[in-house]
Design a protein around this ligand. Sequence first.
Ligand SMILES: [Zn+2]
Length: 476
Amino acid sequence: MSVYICKQNWKMKPLVACTLSWRALSTLLPSNRKLMLRRLLHNRPKRLSEMFQKASDIPKEGETTSVSHKLFLANGIYYPSSLGVFTLMPQGLRALQKLIKIIDQEMEAIGAEKIQMPSLVPQRLWEKTGRWEAMGSELFRLQDRHQRGYCLGPTHEEIVTELVASQLNFHHRLPIKLYQITKKFRDEPLPHHGFLRSREFEMKDLYTFHATEEDAKTTYEEVLQAYENVLNRLQLDFVKAEADTGLIGGSQSHEFHLKCPGIGEDTVYTCNSCGYSGNKEVLEVDIKCPSCSSQDLESFNAIEVGHAFLLGQKYSKPLEAMYRTEDQKSRVLEMGCYGLGVSRILQASVEVLSDGKHIRWPRMIAPYQIVIIPQKKGASEARFKEITENLYQALQSVPSLQGEIVIDDRLSITIGRRVVDAKLQGFPYAVVIGNKAVEREDGLEVIDIYADCKSSTDLTVSSVIDYLCQNVKCVQ
Ligand SMILES: [Zn+2]
């Protein structure tokens, strides 16, 4: 058996793809690598025909104008369960998990620690901060068998602040940065456009606790930068806009928006003189740039994907979240809170990147990076099968591509039709095993679907690996 290794990804050496026998390879690798490799080689190939991908009816004209909502339904990315509530299907969940991985990495980079808070939030806590009243009918409220009140948490300021208040917080152990990525709930009056306005959704919420307002501001800047990193890694065109603090409260706030002329429900203004951006609530009263006083402002529709608040003591004071100063005095903590709409980013990114027909993911979070499309049923079938399986295993043995490959084994359909399907479903790369691949070793073709289907032909297995190692952008 031949095994191909892309050295670039294995050991960070210059890219060389080579062919080795199993025995030769075994002598090269430490035993844990051998075990890993054996597992890889015996992996059952992922075949498109075996994947669960229930498509649902696309809403009739007029019911939704969201491109991504139609594409997600038609391609089985999610399935509607009840009004504004969805089952995320296998491919959709893979994309979401990749997005979560990117966010986790950026949160870790600023020293935030991940926790998981309950969805059932007690009424007594929300009464202490006045939000039980203030939230009105957006809150999903319920009672347990002892008539104790709860809500399904839309955010978790109260829970996390009570948690921190229960500790003895010494000044030298600050700041505290805790975040979670969990389901949130909001009783939207008119849910629409799938995850863009839904009742149950995945959100990343980070809460930070500081000794001084100055410290809180330093963290605020770090988090804004982390959010920019997330959106840059997704290669999304975004705007950071000053915002008002609304029901969450606090002294300073920014929103992150994706420009979306079609269905964006937020209005954002950008100053043509100095580049300042602000949302409608900040600017509508007085259409004048707060930064340079210019009136040359441009407005556009956008989808809000992130929000940052400098909270001050709005929650820490009523919930008595304190810290100990150097001279053993007790002081109230200064807080910040930061949200990223994770399931909303998942869909909004597809909304802004796709045309009406084809799903376009940010490359990094495409559910699978590569689809292998072998020749349809006919002569040399056994040979095609062998080439396909070998190529699959060869790609699987490259750590950075592992798990990212699907074989489109619907062999009653022509290659051309399956390439069209791969375009619709938004696989970034297709490797085509056509007739040439049986005739000669360098008969493979790679199609970069997101680059207008740019085709690279006359490739051997190792040059396919080289190409994909260099081009595929995966979350590592
Ligand atoms: Zn300006």
